[in-house]
Structures are given as C-alpha cells and as structure tokens.
Design a protein around this ligand. Structure first.
Ligand code: ZN
Length: 287
C-alpha cells in the first residue's frame, strides 16, 4: 500500500505525522492543523502516544475545526491523567463542538480504522511506570488478508466456492498480517525485535550520539540516539526508515552528516528519510 506521510517532529516543540491513505494522525503537537490546512478534515483517527505537551497541544484547535459526529476518534494511553482534563476543557471552551470521541487504549488492542487495517498499541519505556500502568505507547499498523489454506489450493474455483458455503470463509482460509507501518513515539531504544518485518518505521532520534547529554540529565534513558537507532535497524528487517524528533540543538548539516556516517558504519542499505527540526515535510517517502 502506498503511504503518503506528512509530518513535523522536533523534540520539545511538536510532533505529528499524518498518514493520508489511512485517515490517521499519530500524535497531535502544536501546528498539526495549520500544517495540514484543509487536509486536517481527512483525519478520522488520532493516536496520541503519551501526554507530553509536544505531542498533544494541537488537539484543541484540531478538535474545534474538525469535530463531527463520531470523529475524530482520539485514542490515548489508558492511565494518562491529562486527557480527561482536556476533554472536559474542550467541552466547556467550545460548547458548540461535538462529535469527538475520547477513547482509552491499552497494550494489545487491535483497533480497526479501515477495512482490514488495524492499529495495535504496545508499551514503551519513555514514561517509567509500574507494569500494570499504561502511559506511553508505540504502534504497529497491520493490514490483514485471508489466504486459502494449503490443503485447498488444488481445488477449482467452483469447488472452493462450494466449500466456502459449507464450512465458512474463516475455516478454509488463514489470516495473514502485514506490518505496513510502525511508529515509535518517544522511546529509548529497544533491541527486542519489536520492529522486525515492518515496511515503514517512523522512529525518534532525539540525540545524535550517546555522549550528547549528561549522565544526570533527566532525559537520559527516555529517548533514543541516532547511533543506536541506525545500529538497531541495521540488524532488523525494516524496508524504509523515517527519522524524526531531533533536538533543535542540531543543524540540518550535523544531522545529515551523522545519518550518513552511521549508515556507513553499520552498513544500513535501506532508504532513510528524515524530518529536520522546524520543518514540515510533505509526502516524506516521495523523495
Ligand atoms: Zn516528544
């Protein structure tokens, strides 16, 4: 499936990614509506990865421009306290606006956003909490297809149709899942194979190198370093990589040089795209 992805992602300031074919917005930082203009009406589903302000402050404007019966559906981590206040506030601040649904999500949910397309949230370690709490999530997007079971492959079209009437489609086919897109949200690096077999991975890379922040910095262990991301992806089956959430301390040249350097170092051969600080990038995968 072709994916037209437009996004803005700068650490501390704002992050949002719009996937046009899926009417899907991952995170809704400041400027999501002004970045998308009329296209913001196309969004039906918003998945907010966690409650840090750079990932949600665009919701107020987005909601008052685009709310209609049943949409947008705003999904947020089950145990994040902030969303309830935001929902209550918008209800009073924009009483003429209605239709928005605020929905809690948790690890393992399979949320259908289109026929045969599902979003599955799963936890990451950006917000350190006890394991029964859900406050920070990453996402897979799956496309499912049904394939005829091997034992029926030799049958004719007519015979298969008869069998389907007799046994039901579910019983003569198996479900195939393709991971068409994954989004890390904010997260430290994870080397547990969670991104394996994804066609397009959007991953954060807040810092370039491990030495770039002090040991006692509160952000230590909450975000990823470009160096680690490239190393991890080089050992993983990913077809295309989109990097974002860079710290605005880096210039475009520094980021591009570092991407180049680490791709060579770890022999990463897949197409790598990046969303530079302060830039809204339209149709990221086009270039
Ligand atoms: Zn962030």
């Amino acid at each position: 499936m072709k994916l037209t992805i437009t996004g803005f992602s700068t650490a501390l300031f704002s992050t949002w990614y719009f996937i046009e074919e899926l009417s899907l917005l991952f995170d809704c930082g400041d400027g999501a509506s002004s970045g998308l203009l009329q296209k913001s009406h196309k969004v039906k589903y918003i998945f907010v990865s966690h409650a840090d302000r750079d990932h949600l402050t665009g919701l107020l404007q987005f909601n008052q421009l685009n709310a209609r019966p049943g949409f947008p559906k705003i999904y947020y981590p089950r145990d994040s306290g902030s969303f309830h206040f935001l929902e209550e506030f918008t209800t009073h601040f924009d009483p003429h606006v209605s239709g928005t649904e605020w929905i809690k999500m948790e690890e393992g949910d399979m949320i259908e956003i289109k026929k045969n397309i599902f979003v599955q949230p799963f936890r990451n370690k950006h917000v350190p909490v006890r394991k029964e709490l859900v406050k920070s999530l990453s996402f897979h997007v799956f496309e499912t297809k049904r394939k005829l079971k091997d034992e029926y492959l030799h049958l004719s079209g007519k015979e298969i149709a008869a069998l389907r009437n007799e046994l039901g489609k579910e019983n003569i086919t198996i479900e195939l899942r393709e991971n068409i897109l994954s989004y890390s949200g904010d997260t430290p690096i994870e080397n547990d194979g969670r991104w394996d077999e994804t066609k397009v991975l959007i991953h954060e890379a807040t810092f370039l190198r491990k030495g770039d922040i002090d040991l006692d910095d509160y952000r230590k262990g909450k975000h990823s370093y470009l160096e680690e991301v490239i190393e991890m992806v080089s050992k993983t089956k990913v077809e295309k990589l989109i990097l974002g959430h860079f710290s605005s301390r880096y210039s475009a040249e520094e980021i591009d040089e570092a991407i180049d350097f680490f791709c060579k170092k770890f022999e990463l051969k897949i197409p790598v795209f990046r969303v530079l600080p302060g830039e809204t990038v339209r149709d990221i995968l086009r270039n």
